[in-house]
Design a protein around this ligand. Structure first.
Ligand SMILES: *[C@@H]1O[C@H](CO)[C@@H](O)[C@H](O)[C@H]1NC(C)=O
Ligand SMILES: *[C@@H]1O[C@H](CO)[C@@H](O)[C@H](O)[C@H]1NC(C)=O
Ligand SMILES: *[C@@H]1O[C@H](CO)[C@@H](O)[C@H](O)[C@H]1NC(C)=O
Ligand SMILES: [Cu+2]
Length: 229
């Protein structure tokens, strides 16, 4: 019995996840081909500090450049599917952000620092009187679409899942893909420009939430609202 309990603890502790690959508009790339390899590619552990520079893209190579990572050519409005390896194992919201690469700079040379990030998507939990559950629980992917009204050009695309299973100790799982958007109609209106770190505060109610008791009657993820076309 003792051995079984220890094994089960060990498997819970290792049941973290990474997002090493992405398929956009049906074009897929292999692991870490267009997604910057993350520092947790082996441990699969989370970022746990909202002030850490790792909350931006969690790069293994923190200072870059990232010229060993490719760039995926995509169409605005395309559907995006980031693979979660292994499948997401904790309750919490999934979110996606973009940061547009400044003119004259290549995405592989750009670190995405400053107030350059805007939220393009987040999911919503199902709340009942007995539980709050999130759509990506047990999912092998995080799926959303790029806005159709993006400006054309290169971006970092940051995908994130925030695990809320330990009340008051949120865990951030994330990675960033390098993409080059064409076919966009332009005019996207971000709801706000954010920096990582900086976008999240440790005392944000969306991060301090206790999802078990009392069951929340509403939930708002950190990082503000999603922009619009
Ligand atoms: C969180 O990260 C910041 C920035 O790197 C650092 O100054 C601070 O000590 C970290 N906090 C903890 C609890 O590790
Ligand atoms: C980061 O990647 C660049 C480009 O591949 C390389 O020149 C640099 O040495 C790497 N830095 C580290 C610390 O690995
Ligand atoms: C981005 O896509 C456009 C349109 O397909 C193309 O002309 C341009 O060369 C691409 N840029 C890069 C850096 O891949
Ligand atoms: Cu975990």
């Amino acid at each position: 019995m003792k051995t079984a309990a220890l094994l089960s603890l060990a498997s819970a502790a290792s049941a973290h996840y990474v997002f090493p690959s992405v398929s956009i508009g049906g074009q897929s790339a292999s692991n870490w081909e267009v997604v910057r390899q993350t520092a947790n590619f082996q441990s699969t552990g989370p970022v746990e500090n909202v002030s850490s520079p790792q909350i931006k893209c969690y790069e293994l190579n923190g200072s870059g450049p990232w010229s060993d990572t490719g760039v995926l050519n995509v169409q605005a409005g395309a559907s995006v599917s980031f693979t979660s390896s292994p499948p997401i194992f904790h309750e919490g919201p999934a979110l996606a952000y973009l940061a547009k690469v400044p003119a004259g700079t290549d995405v592989t040379q750009w670190d995405g620092s400053g107030a350059v990030w805007f939220k393009i998507w987040q999911d919503e939990p199902t709340i009942t009187s007995s539980s709050i559950t999130f759509p990506t629980m047990n999912s092998a992917s995080i799926d959303f679409s790029l806005p159709s009204c993006l400006e054309n050009g290169q971006y970092l695309l940051r995908v994130e899942h925030i695990a809320l299973h330990v009340a008051g100790a949120p865990q951030f799982y994330l990675s960033c893909a390098q993409i080059n958007v064409s076919g966009g109609s332009g005019g996207y209106s971000p709801a706000g420009m954010l920096s990582f770190p900086g976008a999240y505060s440790a005392n944000d109610p969306g991060l301090t939430a206790n999802i078990y008791w009392p069951i929340p009657t509403s939930y708002t993820a950190p990082g503000g609202p999603v922009g619009s076309c």
